[in-house]
Design a protein. Structure first.
Length: 293
């Protein structure tokens, strides 16, 4: 029970930190530079500058809060009370940060710096919130609702599409150039949040098909101190039974492994792919905290 309590407190901390990282670019970068961004924060910026044409001054935090109301109602039906309760904290915190943080042009009109810094902060913020299985409301929640029906797409990927539609709409209000910078920023933040959710590509998965599998396996274990697993396979062209080696190594070790396999058997068939996470001896020690992710 104590671990559960601490985990909940840690989730609250992540939500507050994540919403700060998301709201800071809105007030310090996107709004003063009139950048067309996704999210309800970006949509609120579009509403603000569109309303100014009619002599109205609508604060970004107010538009964000009002837009969230119908989305919360739908989420309550589709995602349930528990999810909405968690998200409510994120939505309220995000609106509060937008209200508290003053508008200031942090990047001084430098759009490249705005894309890099804004994308970094936004991506980290979204990633932190999604790690708690929650959202900050807005298009985050819209994406979570869509993900409920399209599970083969990640939430950040769906968010990229939803935010892209808002950018297109904003291009008509704030200009095509600002929209293009907005799209680049969305791409950067999506990659960062995806990396936080799925893990960094720090290891390589290798399959080796060779008649000399036993020699290759012994060399890998003796020279690289890495474990190897032999999997039973069958060549469908020759109809012969084979053994396929399965091994996970660090990125810096892949050159050595390929060298061992190719020198031992120049005809060896080698397949290399990225590994997002690896738990166990020689990699990350499995724990409850890593499992929560």
């Amino acid at each position: 029970m104590q671990k559960s309590k601490y985990r909940k407190l840690f989730d609250v901390f992540l939500i507050l930190l994540g919403t700060f990282c998301m709201s800071a670019p809105v007030k310090l970068i996107y709004e003063p530079m009139k950048m067309v961004m996704g999210g309800f924060g970006g949509f609120a910026i579009v509403i603000k500058y569109f309303a100014q044409n009619f002599g109205l001054d609508i604060p970004v935090w107010l538009s964000n809060a009002v837009l969230n109301v119908p989305v919360f109602i739908i989420a309550l039906i589709v995602l349930g009370k528990d999810f909405v309760a968690k998200t409510l904290l994120g939505a309220v915190a995000f609106a509060a940060w937008l209200y508290v943080i003053p508008t200031y042009n942090l990047c001084g009109g430098d759009y490249f710096l705005a894309v890099a810094l804004g994308g970094l902060l936004d991506g980290v913020g979204i990633g932190l919130i999604f790690l708690t299985n929650s959202t900050s409301g807005g298009t985050d929640m819209v994406s979570a609702i869509v993900h409920k029906f399209l599970k083969h797409y990640s939430v950040p990927s769906i968010l990229f599409v939803v935010d892209g539609l808002i950018v297109v709409l904003g291009a008509f209000v704030l200009g095509f150039r600002n929209a293009m910078y907005g799209i680049i920023t969305i791409y950067v933040l999506t990659k960062i949040s995806d990396t936080m959710l799925e893990g960094v590509k720090f290891a390589k998965l290798v399959y080796i098909i060779s008649d000399k599998y036993d020699e290759i396996a012994k060399l890998i274990m003796s020279e690289m101190d890495r474990g190897v697993t032999a999997l039973s396979a069958k060549g469908m062209y020759t109809n012969n039974d084979k053994n396929m080696l399965f091994c996970v190594v660090g990125k810096k070790e892949i050159v050595k492994l390929k060298e061992i396999a190719s020198i031992t058997d120049p005809k060896a068939f080698i397949i290399v792919s990225d590994v997002r996470e690896a738990f166990g001896e020689g990699f990350i020690e499995y724990s409850h905290n890593s499992a929560v992710k």
